[in-house]
Design a protein around this ligand. Structure first.
Ligand code: BGP
Length: 475
């Protein structure tokens, strides 16, 4: 195997979570509901009410992070814990919770990477004006952000604005609580995204104003998109898909404008967002210092047949391979298809470490800004053995190959600051409760039964500990 340049000494080896997926205490100590607390309600206990009980066990969790050797920890603040009604008076207990967590991390020598928004709009704002659908959300997000930066700015250098706008658009009814009257209006998702772009730019400006030395960027889920065949039509379709699914977001963050081809296509379809005077100026003023990537899989596209209609991406709810029967189609532009050259996870996500290398190289060449990986990992039906061990060698293989891909990209000049696999511990999956696990740390709980909620180190925990201790040499 080729000898690669080693990871830099100050590389931030980390791990990631998000608030509603780990904290629990969804309605305790002053916190009120967020839209995710409602969206995730289902029979049994696999919801956000208790989740992994991190709110009560954060000290134990940070101790495990320290023992693992983490240099960084990416997590999110729950807006509705800090402002239970979205705006107005802050909740002192919620504010204190994040101080305690940040202080604990600081004592453990772990650099926080803090996400302001991870899908969890306060329910109060959804009830008041339909959440992100209304432009008032931008001002309220700014109010929340300004408070947070003044409160925690001296403790946090790296700020992430909004998690995965691309996924919020693609799965708009799952990531947002959408009132029924909008469900037939395909433009709404792009308007939500426009408001998020304004919120992102405002937050970037605020970090630059209020946090000396602070750095800010969005966390985006992007994937390289391969043409299904080398026919020119399929190559064009892959380019179209790249413009709509990736560059539509990234050009806003780094060029202060919408990707032209994507915007023209959306205008032709009658779904482009309404832009007000001054919006594009704000995009330019709210520049990003870096980009955070959430990478799980690559995509593949072909040119759609002439009679193709708009279709949405499907979701695998069971963990039985092959359940996804629908992929996104944009008529006369692209159709996403399964890549016959990649194996998949049990949830039909293509496993493709080379895709991560392609992505890092491509994005760095386009925008020239430092990158971070803020999610990457393998969801699996882990098994807790009778002797209290979890043998997740499949996860080790997945992570090893992806770390190697990051190293290759860095070898060829890409600036990567940090690698934060998903997830530090088992947590509530966005669609699959606690069946689909990602953590280095097993959380002893099930779908119907909270059990002990004990923390158990998986084999991947011990493996990652060595990776970090050796600065990435022992993979
Ligand atoms: C990302 C989200 C995370 C996380 C992850 C895995 O898109 O930012 O919140 O959950 O995907 O997804 P899932 O839980 O559906 O497997």
């Amino acid at each position: 195997m080729k000898t690669l340049r080693p990871f830099p000494k100050d590389f931030l080896w980390g791990a990631a979570t998000s608030a509603y997926q780990v904290e629990g205490a969804a309605q305790l100590e002053g916190k009120k509901l967020s839209q995710q607390d409602v969206i995730n309600r289902r029979p049994g206990v696999a919801d956000a009410e208790v989740a992994s009980d991190h709110y009560h066990r954060y000290k134990e969790d940070v101790a495990l992070m320290k023992e693992l050797g983490l240099r960084s920890y990416r997590f999110s603040l729950a807006w509705a814990r800090i402002f239970p009604d979205g705006v107005g008076d802050p909740n002192p207990q919620g504010v204190q919770f994040y101080h305690h967590l940040l202080d604990e991390l600081q004592k453990a020598g772990i650099t926080p990477i803090v996400t302001l928004y991870h899908y969890d709009m306060p329910l109060a704002l959804v009830e008041k004006y339909d959440g992100w659908i209304d432009r008032q959300s931008v001002a309220d997000f700014a109010y929340y952000t300004e408070f947070v930066l003044r409160e925690y700015g001296s403790k946090v250098k790296y700020w992430l604005t909004i998690n995965e706008q691309s996924i919020i658009v693609q799965y708009w009814t799952k990531k947002n609580l959408i009132p029924e009257k909008y469900l037939d209006d395909p433009q709404v998702r792009y308007q939500i995204n426009h408001h998020m772009n304004l919120a992102h730019a405002t937050a970037c400006k605020l970090v630059h104003q209020l946090v000396p030395g602070g750095m800010v960027g969005a966390a985006i889920n992007t994937a390289p998109i391969y043409p299904l065949t080398s026919t020119p039509c399929d190559v064009m379709a892959a380019q179209n898909a790249l413009d709509v699914r990736n560059l539509f977001y990234l050009d806003v963050y780094f060029k202060g404008q919408y990707n032209k081809a994507a915007f023209i296509y959306l205008e032709e379809m009658g779904v482009a967002p309404k832009i007000e005077p001054g919006d594009l100026e704000l995009f330019r003023e709210g520049y990003s210092d870096f980009l955070a990537l959430n990478y799980y899989s690559s995509d593949c596209a072909k040119f759609p047949p002439p009679d193709a209609q708009r279709t949405e991406s499907g979701v695998n709810y069971t963990g039985k391979k092959g359940e996804i029967d629908s992929y996104e189609t944009m008529p006369d532009f692209f159709q996403i298809v399964r890549n016959p050259n990649c194996d998949t996870t049990d949830w039909d996500w293509a496993i493709d470490p080379t895709g991560l290398e392609c992505l890092l190289r491509d994005i760095y060449t386009r925008y020239g800004k430092p990158l971070m990986i803020t999610e990457n990992g393998l969801g699996f039906f882990d098994k807790l053995e009778d002797d209290g061990t979890v043998h997740d060698d499949y996860r080790i293989d997945y992570l090893r190959s992806h770390i190697r891909a990051v190293q290759r990209a860095m070898h060829y000049g890409v600036e990567v600051l940090s690698y934060n696999p998903w997830s530090f511990m088992d947590l509530l999956s966005t669609e699959n409760g606690y069946q689909k696990r990602y953590g280095f740390v097993y959380v002893d709980r099930g779908e119907e039964d909270l059990r002990t909620l004990d923390r158990i180190k998986k084999d991947s925990y011990y493996w990652y500990q060595q990776v970090i201790a050796s600065g990435g040499q022992k993979l």
